[in-house]
Design a protein around this ligand. Structure first.
Ligand code: G3H
Ligand code: 13P
Ligand code: NA
Ligand code: ZN
Length: 328
């Protein structure tokens, strides 16, 4: 059944686990997540960005999600708007059966300019009022996602940098976080700790300087009852980079967020972990392999089935590592 995010994260907090939130743009990605959830007996969070909604069209997405709920009635499924940029985006998501919305007021509506605390509170509070009246959960974000390595912030869609930011802007302040949660009433809070979207997060295996897990611990100490969200949390596994490059791809060597660091976060209040890039890489690697090894094939199912299977394996691995398995 489709359920609000809050229900799933409350259960996760009571039982000390985290829940992966996977991004989708099409049927096969939804199928991969649902198969993984069914196999591991996990709750599922399926999220669509604004770009995903535009690509898949709201009506297709709405009915695909309805199909997922119908096929797996025993699995709690959250349908979440990832990085809503305005009250209007969040409202149109709610009208399309989303059970949870993110109001990302860390940036202004253009998705580029770091927003003031006051702006963020105002728009997030407005979304909370509208969403809660309809039983829909709200995720807010405080602090700009971006690299502590380069000092570059990024746009809310992960494409391109917003430019140079100070170290402080790239880290969520615990005291401000407490004020923000109090003022807005959000159900979950996304925090900035040095992660960024996409494959190119770190130029070497991250240490505490560039991946500030300590900041999570400080925020959790100040806000022990708030569900924290980690964005940009793909692990960018070496084996997926290798598969892509082995079969004709050209990805530069890169490092993501190690699963052990996420597990450490889960001990400190992290309840929702956003993963998109790892799924994209699994899909692309599988498709490249089929097309390179079997150039005579042209039935899309010949490569979409292995692609779906490869994404499912990533989902099973994360669901197991984050502890959501067995908790459907
Ligand atoms: O926010 C980043 C997610 O990975 C979604 O990406 O905006 O390209 O759909 P997207
Ligand atoms: P990744 O690019 O690390 O998968 O992050 C996804 C994300 O944060 C979506 O909001
Ligand atoms: Na989100
Ligand atoms: Zn994100």
């Amino acid at each position: 059944a489709l359920v609000p995010l809050r229900v799933v994260l409350d259960h996760a907090a009571e039982n000390d686990y985290g829940v992966a939130a996977f991004n989708v743009n099409n049927m096969e990605q939804i199928q991969a997540i649902m198969e993984a959830a069914d196999e591991t007996d996990s709750p599922a969070i399926i999220q669509a960005s604004r770009g995903a909604r535009a690509y898949s069209q709201d009506a297709y997405l709405r009915h695909l999600m309805q199909a997922a709920a119908e096929l797996y009635p025993h699995i709690p499924v959250v349908m979440h708007q990832d990085h809503g940029n305005s009250v209007a985006t969040c409202l149109s998501a709610i009208e399309n059966n989303f059970t949870s919305v993110m109001m990302d007021g860390s940036l202004e509506e253009d998705g580029k300019t770091p927003a003031s605390f006051e702006y963020n509170v105002r728009v997030t509070k407005e979304v909370v009022k509208l969403a809660h009246a309809r039983g829909v959960s709200v995720e807010g974000e405080l602090g700009v996602l971006g690299s502590l390595e380069s000092g570059e912030g990024e746009q809310e869609d992960g494409h391109g940098a917003v430019g140079q930011l100070t170290h402080d802007q790239l880290l969520t302040d615990p005291e401000e976080a407490a004020q923000f949660v109090e003022a807005t009433g959000v159900d979950a809070l996304a925090v900035a700790i040095g992660t960024s979207h996409g494959a190119y997060k770190f130029s070497r295996k991250p240490d505490g300087e560039v991946l500030a897990m300590k900041q999570i611990e400080a925020i959790h100490a100040r806000l022990p009852n708030t569900h924290l969200v980690m964005h940009g949390s793909s692990s960018v596994p070496q084996e997926l980079q290798d598969i892509i490059n082995k079969y004709g791809g050209k990805m530069k060597q890169t490092y993501g967020v190690p699963v052990e660091e996420i597990q450490r976060g889960i001990k400190s209040g992290v309840r929702k972990i956003n993963v998109d890039t790892d799924c994209r890489m699994a899909i692309t690697g599988a498709i490249r392999k089929v097309l390179l090894e079997s150039p005579e094939k042209f039935d899309p199912r010949d490569y979409l089935k292995p692609a779906r299977q490869a994404m499912k394996e990533v989902c099973v691995a994360r669901m197991t590592a984050f502890g959501q398995a067995g908790n459907a």
